[in-house]
Design a protein around this ligand. Structure first.
Ligand code: CAA
Length: 263
């Protein structure tokens, strides 16, 4: 079922997965305040819904998103004005990075500026052959403001991130795959179905273990190895409090498929 939560953001569910699609074709899915408000509200709703185990954030075939909405920023003057008018908007990218359930970006066409940052705030990226990634903010007199100098550097390393952030160089989908920015590249006809397939595969796993794995991998991005190992170990131990740990190991011993309850 597809319902319009906001005119330019569509939402549907398919089994245990929730799908949010940005659809603002006339502006190449530019991420206006109202679009990001709806995206965050809908994904947050799925994150809190116990019947949803994984999520997909999609754009359109021509554009995942060509950035934050430049029209909404062009008349802002002064650092204080920018902070006042844009802080809440930019915090939406942070909120997406803090979701507990796995989120897969289904990216086709332009993923530029805030669009690239939005894809990188997701946990995995399934890209179509036409996907293009970049941080072109320098070309309009600013820099990335929603993680593009940070997440891109952690994803592809300093040299390439420098080049992309300082020159606006874009990556093709194949280049993004070779640099580890995306998980897979598929024909444009199937990028959404492939992203959903990956989400269904994750949604079929025990949800508490999946969420613990996600949190632990994200912890690795920001922490020293010793702190990360400790975080992982504690999460591993905590999963022995769950019914799904008992069921998973019992089913293995009994040579049958486990039946997960999410407890
Ligand atoms: N904001 C608002 N509108 C945008 C937009 C954006 N980021 N990107 C594209 N559009 C609009 C265009 O203004 C145009 O609208 P009109 O038809 O009304 O003129 C429409 O989308 C189609 O765009 P183009 O005619 O430019 O299409 P194109 O195929 O010639 O070029 C493009 C495509 C290369 C993506 C080009 O549109 C472009 O360079 N867009 C801007 C990319 C960019 O600079 N993004 C960063 C934004 S700042 C940011 O994101 C800050 C942050 O870190 C959060």
């Amino acid at each position: 079922m597809t319902t319009a939560a906001a005119p330019e953001v569509l939402v549907e569910t398919e089994g245990k997965i929730g799908i949010v699609t940005i659809s603002r074709p006339q502006a190449l899915n530019a991420l206006s305040v109202s679009v990001m408000d709806a995206v965050v509200e809908l994904l947050g709703g799925f994150d809190r819904d116990p019947s949803i185990h994984a999520m997909v954030l999609a754009g359109l075939p021509r554009a995942f998103a060509a950035g934050a909405d430049i029209g909404e920023m062009k008349d802002i003057t002064g650092a204080a004005g920018a902070e006042k008018q844009l802080s809440r908007h930019l915090s939406h990218w942070d909120k997406i990075g803090l979701l507990k359930k796995p989120l897969i970006a289904a990216v086709s066409g332009f993923a530029l500026g805030g669009g690239c940052e939005l894809a990188m705030a997701c946990d995995m990226i399934v890209a179509s052959e036409t996907a293009v990634f970049g941080q072109p903010e320098v070309l309009i007199g600013v820099i990335a403001g929603a993680g593009g100098t940070q997440r891109l550097t952690k994803a592809v390393g300093k040299a390439l991130s420098m080049e992309m952030n300082l020159t606006g160089r874009r990556l093709t989908a194949r280049e993004a795959l070779s640099f580890g920015l995306v998980n897979k590249v598929v024909p444009v006809e199937s990028y959404l179905s492939e992203a959903k397939k990956l989400a269904h595969t994750i949604a079929a796993q025990p949800p508490l273990a999946v969420q613990a794995a996600k949190a632990s991998v994200l912890f690795a991005v920001d922490s020293k190895l010793s702190e990360g190992l400790s975080f992982e170990r504690q999460s591993f131990f905590r999963l022995f409090d769950t019914q799904d740990q008992k069921e998973g190991m019992k089913a293995f011993a009994e040579k049958r498929k486990p039946v997960w309850t999410g407890n």
